[in-house]
Design a protein around this ligand. Structure first.
Ligand SMILES: Nc1nc2c(c(=O)[nH]1)N[C@H]1C(S)=C(S)[C@@H](COP(=O)(O)OP(=O)(O)OC[C@H]3O[C@@H](n4cnc5c(N)ncnc54)[C@H](O)[C@@H]3O)O[C@H]1N2
Ligand code: MOO
Length: 391
């Protein structure tokens, strides 16, 4: 059995980056850049007024004569001499000779006469060419995740398409004869299948939407066949359940029989000890424990960073932070514990109902409190690590 740290290392070492695609800028939210981006133009590309007011040549004089006007978008720009002013508006080009813009609130106008009640500093309210970015310089690095600000920024540079890493297609394969689709009255000794839809939504949260949910009966032949099919059309396979040691747990064998190379099986953690990870040349496979909370925790700690890494992220793990513990915790089993917890400002409280089968408290959690395998006890007031689930 390997440690959490070793397992996390292996899922990153074996994360083969997906190929790159050119995508229209408007559809790139959540993708990771596959290239360093250079600015094709200066921003701004001309000297811009930052305010509505008057452009003038700063000489110290406070009485000026208004000789013209320039509006945003104008291509004919009036000239001016010392002692003169041009009426100007935010975003308009500043006449070449002018070095300063005074805001209109600091002036008194009477016909063509302008009095500056307050003289601004020279260069005030004039955005120089390239103030934000100069043409030809690096603006964003490969591995940067595109957000709405990135899209706005790049659009402002006139960029319409960018090169990003492709997002993976995923199959979620649920196993278990006891599983029943929600929507019909529960048959005796059955449970509603919930991992499929939960994992699908966890994937959607990180922008992965090409997701199929399939199922297999608890036989080696059915599991093996379902694995084979999934590997034909998906980049990533998440198998739910059937990965423990019972007589009807066929997932490990089905994966090995499909020539998936095993990187690890079993991690020294609770929940999620019977976690399996393997790859083929281009595919990744996780055998997730069937217990719903184990499955979701394994998703946050291993599946998500692996997928992020394949998608080109340079910082694939969820953020780890620190908070003050509100109660004592014992760890007598020598495993790393991931406890469903609530963080409120600086304090963290583990919830009751930590069993791997329980999602009721997971639904309320915004953190996973991490108790390292080496810690036997944590005390109230200790500063402890947690994985931030509010991402
Ligand atoms: N002798 C041992 N038994 C078990 C061990 C062990 O080390 N030795 N590990 C336990 C741990 S820890 C876990 S976690 C589970 C993992 O078992 P499997 O991955 O084989 O999962 P199943 O047995 O198929 O199911 C476990 C549990 O989860 C429910 N389940 C399964 N799939 C779904 C689903 N899609 N939606 C909702 N609930 C699901 C299933 O009914 C079971 O109750 O093994 C322990 N046993
Ligand atoms: O480790 Mo299992 O995932 O606790 O129930």
């Amino acid at each position: 059995m390997i440690s959490v740290t070793e397992a996390q290392k292996l899922i990153i070492q074996n994360a083969k980056q997906l190929d790159t695609v050119t995508v229209d800028l408007e559809n790139t939210f959540g993708y990771f850049l596959a290239e360093d981006l250079m600015a094709p133009i200066n921003l701004p590309s001309f000297r811009q007024s930052a305010m509505d007011g008057y452009a003038f040549i700063h000489t110290g004089k406070t009485q000026l004569k208004i000789v013209g006007q320039v509006q945003a978008g104008d291509t004919q720009i009036p000239d001016l001499k010392e002692g003169e002013a041009i009426r100007i508006f935010t975003g308009a080009p500043v006449p070449d000779a002018a070095d300063t813009v005074v805001i209109q609130e600091h002036t008194i106008r009477s016909g063509d006469e302008l009095i500056l009640e307050r003289l601004p500093n020279r260069k005030a309210n004039v955005r120089p060419v390239g103030e934000q970015i100069t043409e030809g310089t690096h603006v964003l690095k490969k591995g940067h995740q595109v957000n709405e600000a990135t899209i706005g920024f790049l659009a402002g540079l006139g960029i319409t398409q960018i090169e990003v890493y492709r997002k993976p297609s995923v199959t979620i394969l649920t196993t278990g004869n006891e599983l029943q689709k929600p929507g019909t009255p529960l048959k005796p000794n059955h449970i509603y299948e919930s991992n499929g839809i939960m994992l699908k939504n966890a994937l959607s949260r990180i922008g992965i939407t090409e997701v199929q949910i399939s199922k297999a009966e608890d036989t080696l032949a059915a599991t093996q066949e379902a694995v084979k099919k999934a590997l034909q059309h998906s980049d990533v396979l998440l198998v739910s359940g059937g990965i423990s040691v019972g007589d009807y747990d066929f997932v490990q064998k089905a994966l090995l029989n499909n020539c998936v190379k095993e990187h690890f099986y079993k991690v020294n953690q609770k929940p999620g000890k019977p976690l399996w990870f393997g790859t083929t040349e281009n595919r990744s496979v996780f055998g997730l424990p069937g217990n719903p909370a184990s499955s979701l925790t394994a998703f946050y700690i291993y599946v998500l960073p692996h997928l992020h890494s394949r998608m080109g992220s340079l910082k694939p793990f969820l953020n780890e932070r620190k908070a003050e513990l509100t109660e004592d915790i014992n760890n007598k089993i020598g495993k790393t514990l991931f406890l469903k917890a609530g963080v409120s400002t600086t304090k963290i409280t583990p919830y009751t109902g930590q069993a791997s089968s329980m999602l009721n408290t997971y639904a309320l959690s915004n953190a996973l409190l991490v108790v390292p395998e080496t810690e036997t006890a944590l005390k109230t007031g200790d500063l402890v690590n947690y994985i931030d689930l509010s991402f």
